[in-house]
Design a protein around this ligand. Structure first.
Ligand code: ADP
Length: 574
């Protein structure tokens, strides 16, 4: 045993460690196995050198060992090349059968030729043990050429990848490996060639310098997860963490694989995808494959879990070449919410209708006794006025006024409740014509107030309850005339189309509104002024809002404040 024997034994240990390190990192990736094989070649090479450089080794043993070593150095360049194409995910080379034919056949041929004694001179006895020298035969030259071509090809793929990738860590990784490759292969080979030309031989050959290359790889594996985060691993992690069930289907709809979410949706807990209980969901999947054959991409269906829970799922099928990926989303709770919401809306509608009917019936029926009270008070006033003193007469008058006011309120309430219960069918309604008609009805008031009503642009023709449209514009115009300031009122009516709605504005230059009351003025019987200042009951805007809402629109007020005019804006579907 001499120094060089120990050096090669050390290398053997290092490459063996590298071999297991790489496999443990990710035993499911081709990339890792290819790299492990590359390390294995160098381990074998080192083991053989350790024997050859041992001064006790006999000539007979050296011949056999150098033949075994030939297996390692005929194949390592193959694994280097394969490693690079898998690392850089060079699809064209990976998917081309020629890649494997060349990289497998060539080493086999060289191993064979080495066994035939066509490539090496074995063995010379050197001062440190036995060595094998190259013969100058066509096979030896062919091997050199193969080695050089594969090295240049692999390194070029890495170089192109380095320049193409936009991911910084991939660039850094490629740089480290390129440096390693150049140092090991180029300098290693040069040293060998120069030494040979000088007629000496240094036992420091490629399998020692290759330690540098391995060091670089392990550094990249540790720092950048080069060997564990392969494309397939990343895809696995994504599919495992995704919140949707993914099932890969074959051409006939058979299940090829699934992620854990798919299992959860079908009620089988998060087991390994390998243990997917295919038979259990075959019935559900039959529906899916049926749809797949019909060419339906998206549909909803029900599935039953083993625990007897019924689930609603949304299924999307996307074809990938001859297979299909089935994306499954659990929409049970969404469905439940939707149903609950629909029920709630229905309930609300019903109670609203009931309330409207109640208001209608109550106000309608209240009119009758009220009329009786009013007319008897009136009669009392007429027939017995002589018998009452001044105070008693006042009481009679208050009672009469109260009855009249109550009659007004009940009438308004009746009108309000009629918006919902006694609405007409929607017909084609020209809003310009509606405004003209109202202008006509209000002409004396307009003249009185010296008011101007301007339609800016044109108003649309929509599908609406024409009577209610008239009521809406009449209420708004009456208000604009009523709540005018000192200046003669100018009322501008305009319409703009916003999406599927017309936004209509009735703007005046009147007393304006303090915006803190913007909600209140639309409430029933809510007013901002006393009867003495401005007459009215406070029902007008409430009716307007209800009409707009019956037409599926919205209504609101805009005003810059008191004395600055106001704009009543509402939307109506186009
Ligand atoms: P009423 O006109 O009977 O008071 P409305 O419901 O029509 O009832 O209006 C409610 C309140 O909104 C009014 O009392 C008034 O204070 C305010 N208002 C309505 N229209 C206007 C307007 N054009 N300018 C200023 N204030 C208005």
């Amino acid at each position: 045993m001499n120094f060089w024997t120990y050096v090669h034994l050390f290398c053997l240990a290092a490459y063996t460690a590298g071999f297991f390190y790489v496999i443990i990192k990710n035993p499911y990736a081709v990339l890792n196995w290819v790299l492990a094989m590359l390390f294995f070649c160098f381990a074998l090479w080192s083991a053989c050198n350790a024997i050859l450089y041992n001064t006790n080794t006999t000539f007979e043993l050296a011949i056999n060992v150098s033949k075994i070593q030939g297996v390692a150095w005929s194949s390592f360049i193959t694994y280097y090349f394969l490693f690079i194409i898998f690392l850089t995910n060079s699809r064209k080379l990976i998917e081309n059968p020629a890649t494997y034919i060349v990289t497998m056949l060539a080493p086999a041929l060289f191993v064979h030729m080495n066994y035939q004694g066509e490539m090496l001179n074995c063995c010379r006895s050197e001062f440190f043990g036995m060595t094998a020298g190259w013969k100058t035969t066509p096979w030896a030259l062919a091997f050199f050429t193969y080695y050089t071509v594969m090295f240049i090809a692999g390194t070029s793929v890495l170089f192109i990848f380095r320049n193409r990738t936009r991911i910084k860590i991939e660039k850094t990784m490629a740089d480290i490996m390129l440096t390693g490759a150049v140092v090991v292969f180029v300098l290693g080979s040069l040293i060998n060639v120069i030494m040979k030309m000088m007629g000496t031989y240094l036992p420091l050959d490629a399998n020692v310098t290759f330690l540098i290359f391995m060091g670089g790889l392990i550094y990249c594996a540790e720092k950048y997860e080069m060997l564990s985060m392969t494309g397939a691993r990343i895809a696995d992690k994504i599919t495992a963490s995704i919140n949707e069930g993914l099932i890969l289907l074959g051409a006939d709809g058979e299940i090829l694989g699934a992620n854990s979410m798919a299992l959860e949706i079908f009620g089988y807990g998060a087991e390994k995808s390998g243990a997917f209980p295919v038979e259990k969901i075959e019935n559900s999947m039959r529906v899916v494959s049926g749809k797949m054959k019909e060419g339906v991409d998206d549909f909803e269906m029900k599935v039953m879990t083993p625990a007897g829970e019924e689930k609603d799922v949304l299924v999307s099928i996307r074809a990938i070449e001859k297979r299909a990926i089935c994306i499954i989303r659990d929409i049970t709770s969404k469905k439940k919410d939707e149903t609950e919401l629909a029920e709630l809306v229905e309930e609300l509608k019903r109670s609203n209708e009931e309330l409207e009917k109640f208001a209608y019936v109550a106000s309608h029926d209240l009119k009758e006794p009220l009329r009786m009270v009013a007319s008897y008070v009136q009669m009392l006033k007429k027939k017995s006025s002589a018998k009452f003193n001044a105070d008693e007469m006042d009481y009679i008058n208050f009672a009469s006024e109260g009855a009249m006011r109550m009659d007004d309120l009940i009438s308004d309430l009746l009108e309000y409740s009629r918006v919902g219960t006694k609405g007409q069918k929607f017909t084609e309604t020209d809003l310009s014509a509606v405004v003209d008609r109202i202008r006509d009805i209000l002409k004396f008031r307009i003249q009185d107030k010296k008011a101007g009503i301007v339609i800016e642009g044109s108003l649309p023709v929509i599908s609406a309850d024409i009577t209610q449209m008239e009521q809406l514009f009449q209420n708004l115009l009456e208000n604009a005339l009523k709540f005018s300031g000192k200046e003669p009122p100018v009322i501008r009516i305009s319409s703009v189309k916003k999406g599927v709605f017309h936004e209509i504005s009735v703007k005046d230059n009147g007393i304006g509104i303090d915006m803190q009351y913007k909600e209140r003025i639309f409430m029933i019987f809510q007013r901002l002024h006393s009867k003495e200042e401005y007459e009215g009951t406070g029902i007008g805007l409430a009716i307007c809002k209800k009409i707009v809402e019956r037409h599926h629109g919205k209504m609101w007020v805009e005003s810059e404040g008191e004395g600055k005019g106001s704009a009543f804006i509402f939307t109506l579907p186009a």
